[in-house]
Design a protein around this ligand. Structure first.
Ligand code: NAP
Length: 249
């Protein structure tokens, strides 16, 4: 059975790629968004198709209004939008104290992590809300345990961007609660993806394992499972929730 279209931002690698694979297997038609790594996104599409699913790769910077417009028009061509996973996010790749940060790096990070979530959520609400004649749907935003922990010494501003994502989740859930749209967030702890090495901290997941009650970092698919549940009708009475998937941290 087909479940409609789901847009996954940053779907070419890491947590987003795991979401795309599970969504494809669950019968969603998947829009695999990426920023620069077309080959990775094409690889995810090929995996979904090989497993009998439908998917398309679409390059678009989520911080750019015109590109987000193009992303959702590509989704419209695939079918009726049923879900959005706002997964694309960056740290800025300059871990360190707040007083060492460059304003341009911080501005770009906020643009991707906060404005990007706004632009994609707006496009999704305009399609899915019954207020606009849509069929309803679900939005899942990807936050971070950093929103609770604050990211001291590494990325306080990134942590702040994720706190914004969680507040937007709560507010938008209330706004569209009677319009057929559920809005939730997952808050992953440390997950083994390229994000750490990109910030020059390849051993970060293993280094932080001792601080995690379960004694290990998470795998992308363990985050994706929670996201798929929040997207699905099994979570029909869940909205405005932030689900920690963090090994207890
Ligand atoms: P990742 O491995 O670095 O992958 C990031 C993905 O986002 C890539 O597909 C990338 O596209 C895409 N992306 C980056 N900037 C974009 C933009 N402006 N527009 C569209 N796509 C963009 O990251 P990850 O670790 O899977 O993280 C995914 C999400 O989980 C992020 O929101 C992150 O903050 C959050 N998170 C991660 C961890 C962790 O420990 N890994 C923990 C908590 C929360 P390209 O492939 O084209 O570069």
């Amino acid at each position: 059975m087909r479940n409609g279209v789901v847009v996954v931002t940053g779907g070419g690698r890491g947590i987003g790629a795991a979401v795309c694979r599970l969504a494809g297997a669950a019968g969603y038609d998947v829009v695999v968004n990426y920023a620069a790594d077309r080959a990775a996104a094409d690889g995810v599409v090929a995996e979904i198709e090989a497993a009998g699913g439908r998917a398309v790769a679409v390059g678009a910077d989520v911080a750019d209004e015109a590109e987000v417009d193009r992303l959702f028009k590509a989704a419209d061509e695939l079918g009726v939008l049923a879900g959005l996973v706002n997964n694309a996010g960056i740290t800025g790749n300059t871990p360190g104290r707040l007083d060492e940060q460059d304003v341009d790096v911080v501005r770009r990070m906020l643009d991707v992590n906060v404005t990007g979530v706004f632009l994609c959520a707006r496009a999704a609400v305009r399609r899915m809300s019954i207020r606009y004649g849509g069929p309803g749907g679900a939005i899942v935003n990807v936050s971070s345990a950093a929103a609770r922990l604050g990211g001291p010494g590494e990325w306080v501003m990134y942590a702040g961007s994720k706190a914004a994502v969680e507040t937007m989740t709560v507010g938008l859930a209330k706004e569209v609660g009677t319009e057929g749209i559920r809005v939730n967030a997952v808050s992953p702890g440390v997950v083994e993806t390229d994000l750490h090495a990109a910030a020059g901290l390849p051993d970060r997941p293993s280094r932080l394992a001792q601080l995690i009650p379960m004694g290990r970092p998470g795998q992308p698919v363990e985050i994706a499972e929670g996201i798929l549940w929040l997207l699905s009708p099994s979570a029909s009475y869940v909205t405005g929730a932030v689900l920690n998937i963090s090994g207890g941290r």
